[in-house]
Design a protein around this ligand. Structure first.
Ligand code: PEP
Length: 252
């Protein structure tokens, strides 16, 4: 399976000039890396101003589930498609936490995005207290059951759905989950997803690890059998470090 490295810029950088510079610098460097898929997810205003390159595709950080109408501030799947966006992150823990996104809302977003031909990067993961209480698997199962409800993925290509295992306590903290544990959680995610949609499809979906990855630790995750790449936050804002991550992924 080709590795997939996704850069989640979150609410950065502060200007379109900087966004263009970062995007162009990564897209240019990524031309050398033919064995890795690269997706960059800038904030909405920059998405519309950037053009995807063969070496760096565009992803959004969110999407709304309705097609159009009176939904102030929201962005539809078709609007993303018309801005040449091909991927969308759904259910990031920062949206669950700060914006009150529920699994029910996330499920509607997943269904609407897939229906409109966007590739979905669904984020799931446990909090530190859930981990300490030994609830990681129960949390992942519950999130997947709700987030993927009513999904008829059997008719879709496995490439349409990507799941990012993002332990919340590891995001932006500099304290990543170990590659071994991330692999274990991903194995569980694949099994649970198989039960919800179809084992055949789940076998071939890509599962990413996300949480304080950088060019110094990415190798350990990318060699894990259940992992096909990474969702990268902070390090994706540093063109040099992110390019090094792509270089490593390209070798595997
Ligand atoms: C993320 O935002 O999905 C993420 C993994 O962030 P970071 O790499 O900064 O931990």
């Amino acid at each position: 399976v080709r590795k997939l490295i996704v850069g989640n810029w979150k609410m950065n950088p502060n200007s379109l000039v900087e966004a263009r510079r970062l995007f162009n610098s990564v897209a240019k460097a990524a031309k050398r890396f033919q064995n890795v898929d690269v997706v960059l997810c800038p904030p909405f205003p920059y998405l519309a101003a950037l053009r995807p390159a063969p070496s760096a595709l565009l992803g959004a950080q969110d999407v709304f589930w309705e097609e159009k109408g009176a939904f102030t501030g929201e962005i539809s799947p078709r609007m993303l498609k018309s801005s040449e966006v091909s991927y969308v992150i759904i259910g990031h823990s920062e949206r669950r936490r700060h914006l009150g996104e529920t699994d029910e809302m996330i499920n509607k977003k997943v269904l609407a995005a897939l229906k409109n031909g966007l590739r979905v990067i669904l984020c799931v993961g446990e909090t530190l207290s859930e981990k300490r209480r030994g609830q990681t698997k129960a949390v992942l199962r519950r999130q997947l059951q709700h987030d993927l409800a009513s999904l008829r993925l059997a008719a879709l290509k496995p490439s349409a759905l990507i799941i990012a295992y993002e332990p919340i306590w590891a995001i932006g903290t500099g304290v990543p989950e170990t590659p071994f544990s991330a692999n274990e959680a991903s194995r569980f995610i694949r099994k649970a997803t198989g039960r919800i949609i179809s084992p055949k499809v789940a076998k071939n979906i890509r599962i990413l690890y996300g949480g304080s990855t950088n060019s110094r630790n990415i190798f350990g995750y990318l060699i894990m059998p259940e992992l096909s790449g990474a969702l990268v936050g902070g390090a994706s804002l540093d063109a040099k470090d992110f390019t090094r991550m792509l270089e490593i992924a390209n070798l595997l």
